[in-house]
Design a protein around this ligand. Sequence first.
Ligand SMILES: NC(=O)c1ccc[n+]([C@@H]2O[C@H](COP(=O)([O-])OP(=O)(O)OC[C@H]3O[C@@H](n4cnc5c(N)ncnc54)[C@H](O)[C@@H]3O)[C@@H](O)[C@H]2O)c1
Length: 324
Amino acid sequence: MRRNVSVIGAGNMGGGFAVHFAIHGHDVTLVDHREANLEDAVKRIEATVTELNEGDITDRSPDAVLDRITLTTAQEEGVADADIVLETVPEDLEIKQAVFEAVGEAAPEDAVLASNTSGIPITEIQSAVPDHADRVVGCHWWFPPYLLEPVEIVRGSQTSDRTMDRIREFVESVDRRPILVRKDVPGFVWNRIQNAVIRECLHLLEEDVASIEDINAAVRDGYARRTSVIGPFETMDVAGVEQFRTVAEHLYPHLSTTKTVHGTFDELLAEGRTGIDAGAGFLEYDDPGEAIVRRRDARLSALARCFDSFDSPASAESSDSVAE
Ligand SMILES: NC(=O)c1ccc[n+]([C@@H]2O[C@H](COP(=O)([O-])OP(=O)(O)OC[C@H]3O[C@@H](n4cnc5c(N)ncnc54)[C@H](O)[C@@H]3O)[C@@H](O)[C@H]2O)c1
């Protein structure tokens, strides 16, 4: 069913949402408090749709996608007809609470009020809008939202069952896989796992066990590549629970359990090595770093195409017939 979706915040995530929701047939209102950010978002939306066309992910023209997107700085008008509001402003509790206070009053009284926070507890956002708390829910996507399938749906302490059902139905309507986060814990599921892996990568680096390039390759081309086709619990079952129990007993005492932030972060920041925009972070970048982003998105598109064709009914039939 076609819905009115208001996206608050036209940054990296907001522009991506507008593209993805418009491609999936919804009408999108993209709201930002700065006109210039909306103008930048239009350029990013056009570039994203062009890339998705090149990657055979869609065949819509940028103009056809933009036709479904209304841009505005008038937040209250922008949510007045919304079925779903998805907030994606900076990761700051006060900013998010202020947005929810305003849209809670301005949106229709049965609109779902969702937050794309990466890790702020939903219950803390709800505390700012006691009259609308049952309609507030976490709806956390990963970047780029038009290429990655799982979306965390996070229940705050006051989120109603009806809100949970409606946001899940919306996420499925845009061809995404809801991950139900039953407890409102910091970092939810994805960011806890991602940061557990990153903590161990930094530990290995600081202990001089391997180079940045080699740790990168071990995760990217080995662990993550296999994990993209078989999850951790399936992996343990395939190897045998006994084997993983034995490894855990020997290995856990050696893994990082630090609760303080690694010194490497502060050393890099002190040197101005803040990441691709500065031309350097953990590694060096020439252009400034655009190639790595293009390569990431091209490879993600290729993987999506590959999985789609591999998992399609026609392909399943042909693999069955090979098995016979
Ligand atoms: N970038 C990612 O990879 C990523 C991934 C998952 C989740 N998130 C989460 O998504 C949210 C947004 O992240 P982002 O990277 O898109 O940020 P961003 O800085 O690129 O964009 C934020 C946008 O919000 C706008 N904004 C700020 N205050 C506003 C207000 N009061 N009303 C309307 N617009 C306002 C800003 O002008 C900006 O355009 C954060 O909570 C972040 O943690 C980001």
